[in-house]
Design a protein around this ligand. Structure first.
Ligand SMILES: [Zn+2]
Length: 289
């Protein structure tokens, strides 16, 4: 991905050196997080992350080692700031074009290990996530560093896809889609709620594709092979793929992000058309998504 000479976003908040990251795990927080946060990976991660912290006994004032930035992190921070700026430029224009009002830019918090958010405590185990309560995308750069070993895919454009997916949730939030869906989910059984979650996630993938199309139009950012990298990652974060890897079988009733094939297809659809209004994942029947 070509990012030379690109501007960095003014909305990035570097919290990697914030001290006093004490860890408080409580039932109330879990509920609050689940209600407003969407993760990139599997939805179970949030509860698991909190559960892990509690079981590790870090709840009573545990602390993390002091953060020192190395070359890789400096590079990833720069990349994230530039990609985030690209999402601002693209969505500002898309909102204007579609008569969606003025695009309210989200924030990007880069943290290390743990972070306080408007949705409760976030940790690196959670994976990148968006919190609608404070309109912020949260990323621990270790997620990017580990993508190759954990997912088996990585690279600049893969990182950009992750960021753009989370910004996609912000777009959903601004359009009212996210909050409406969460209200529905709160009233449904877990299985039915998961289906709404899949619709949200596939649309965020679609928006990520739309962003990639326009970013490339505006800045000529794509290099040969970039698209394949993003599609490869999308194919490795589908629920079916992750479950086969983790449990050796699929549990479709617990899918909450979509199958790999669906994630690839919706991202690609957004990228091929670049039309931000054509990503309706809520009207089609669930089985035809
Ligand atoms: Zn998501």
């Amino acid at each position: 991905m070509r990012l030379d000479g690109r501007r960095r976003s003014d909305n990035v908040d570097d919290r990697r050196r914030v001290s006093g990251k004490s860890i408080a795990a409580g039932g109330g927080i879990v509920g609050a997080i689940v209600a407003v946060v969407i993760t990139l990976m599997s939805g179970g991660d949030i509860g698991d992350a909190i559960g892990n912290l509690a079981s590790q006994g870090l709840g009573s004032g545990g602390s993390y080692p002091e953060y020192v930035e190395d070359e890789t992190d400096a590079y990833l921070f720069d990349l994230s700031s530039k990609v985030f700026a690209g999402t601002e430029d693209v969505w500002r224009e898309e909102f204007r074009k579609n008569g969606w009002g003025e695009y309210q830019e989200p924030k990007l918090v880069i943290y290390k290990d743990a972070v306080q958010t408007g949705c409760g405590q976030g940790t690196a185990q959670t994976g990148p996530f968006y919190c609608s309560a404070d309109e912020t995308v949260y990323i621990d750069l270790d997620f990017f560093r580990d993508m190759q070993s954990t997912i088996g895919g990585g690279g600049d454009f893969a990182y950009a896809y992750v960021i753009a997916h989370e910004v996609g949730h912000h777009v959903q939030h601004l359009l009212g889609t996210l909050d409406k869906a969460h209200n529905q989910m709160a009233r449904l059984s877990e299985t039915e709620g998961n289906k709404i979650s899949v619709r949200l996630e596939l649309q965020a993938d679609y928006y990520a594709g739309v962003w990639a199309y326009h970013d490339n139009q505006m800045f000529g950012s794509l290099e040969p092979g970039d698209l394949e990298v993003a599609l490869d990652v999308a194919s490795k974060i589908g629920d079916d793929y992750l479950q086969r890897k983790a449990y050796g079988r699929e549990m479709p009733e617990s899918f909450n992000h979509g199958r790999s094939e669906q994630r690839v297809r919706w991202f690609k659809k957004g990228f091929d058309t670049g039309v931000s209004t054509a990503g309706d994942t809520f009207t089609p029947s669930y089985t035809s998504l």
